[in-house]
Design a protein around this ligand. Structure first.
Ligand SMILES: Cc1ncc(COP(=O)(O)O)c(C=O)c1O
Length: 373
């Protein structure tokens, strides 16, 4: 009988799904990882036009349309000041596929990949699918990624380390000094830094910086996506960029696994990148207001929480049983251990939910905290 690959047997369906399934239909869901805004009208329009004119009927270039890749290159020139050749960009099926091709192209069987713990669930799973060994690296107490901890964890077997700012599940934003350190570590130790920047535009305090701005070698690849930048999670359009050599290897994976990203989504993302960014500012301002509501609520409850500076997640320290008490009362939050062992004792609260529901959920969390304490 055909059995299953050892690689696939090492991973399982994300723990987040189980939490959703445990909650009733009328629960307030603070477990979701997507902005609660519509996709910008000009992006939708571009996809409709592309479909109606027949432009979206055929495969595009494997890397994606030149128009989209030029828009991506201009974005990174404007935002990071990097001199990005559109030839060194691959449009992918979301940031998820971008992470996948980066891992497949760089990780050999038995290689170690350093991942933040707690960190986004895909880093562990994609490392295992590539045959590698994830090595969880603890965060600082303020939930930022610690360059010193990464440097200490590097061995002769390290193929790559993953950094993610603004961070999921933490909302933490790395300082410029830390980001410079990520670049230095990639250069000096000659290991690849995979920088996941999908929440780049959702920063409240300070600025988003990328290690690719500071690296002197080509040891950084950047993953980004229209999903969170423009509230386009359903469109499945992300991208990865790096040196020509790295992109050529990642393209080999992308070409056989995907052929090309969905054409209508490519036209929509190009329009989002080139169009009015008012909606991005509006989203960021709205998430910042909600961040403040959540932090105030936590303070009243007595929940200790490092101040998230970006994305739309907060990660308070919670007593044992808190998550179950919340779910029993109809509020879904995700247990921190779904994101790695060091997430234990925390919960991830997504505040991409309207303010009225957030306030209601905070009242419920106060009761859950009393019950669990
Ligand atoms: C940190 C991080 N990276 C990547 C992704 C993948 O996003 P997508 O595939 O929708 O672009 C997510 C989605 O939640 C995320 O939180």
């Amino acid at each position: 009988m055909t059995t299953f690959s050892e690689r696939v047997e090492r991973i399982s369906i994300s723990g987040i799904r189980e939490v959703f399934e445990a909650a009733g239909d009328d629960a307030i869901n603070l477990g979701l990882g997507q902005p609660d805004f519509p996709t910008p009208a000009h992006a939708r329009r571009a996809a409709v036009d592309a479909i109606e004119s027949g432009k979206a009927d055929a495969y595009t270039e494997n890397k994606g349309t030149l128009g989209l890749r030029e828009a991506i290159a201009e974005k990174h020139r404007a935002d990071q000041g990097v001199d990005l050749d559109p030839g060194n960009v691959i449009a992918t099926a979301g940031g998820s596929e971008a992470l996948h091709v980066a891992m497949e192209a760089h990780v050999d069987a038995g290689d170690e990949v350093l991942i933040p713990d707690p960190g986004f669930v895909s880093y562990d799973a994609l490392t295992k699918l590539a045959g590698g060994e994830p090595v969880p690296v603890p965060l600082r107490d303020d939930l930022t990624i610690d360059p010193a901890a990464i440097e200490n964890a590097i061995t002769d077997d390290t193929a790559a380390f993953v950094v993610n700012s603004p961070g999921n599940p933490t909302g933490a934003v790395s300082s410029e000094a830390d980001v410079r350190e990520f670049a230095r570590i990639a250069d000096e130790h000659d290991v690849l830094c995979i920088s996941d920047e999908v929440y780049e535009y959702t920063v409240f305090d300070g600025d988003h910086r990328s290690p690719i701005e500071f690296a002197e070698t080509d040891n950084v690849v950047v993953v980004n996506s229209a999903s969170k930048l423009f509230s386009m999670t359903g469109w499945r359009l992300g991208w990865v960029y790096g040196s020509a050599e790295r992109v050529e290897r990642m393209l080999r994976v992308h070409q056989y696994a995907q052929a090309c990203a969905s054409a209508p989504a490519q036209y929509a993302a190009e329009a989002a990148l080139r169009g009015d960014r008012g909606v991005v500012d509006e989203m960021t301002a709205s998430f910042e207001r909600r961040r403040d509501i959540v932090l105030e609520g936590f303070a009243e409850i007595g929940l200790d929480c490092p101040t998230p500076q970006g994305a739309f997640y907060a990660m308070p320290r919670v007593p044992d049983g808190f998550v179950d008490e919340c779910i029993d009362r109809g509020v879904v939050v995700v247990p921190g251990e779904a994101f790695g062992e060091n997430g234990a004792g925390h919960a991830r609260v997504s505040y991409a939910t309207d303010e009225a529901q957030l306030r209601e959920a905070l009242d419920v969390m106060a009761e859950a905290f009393e019950a669990a304490r």
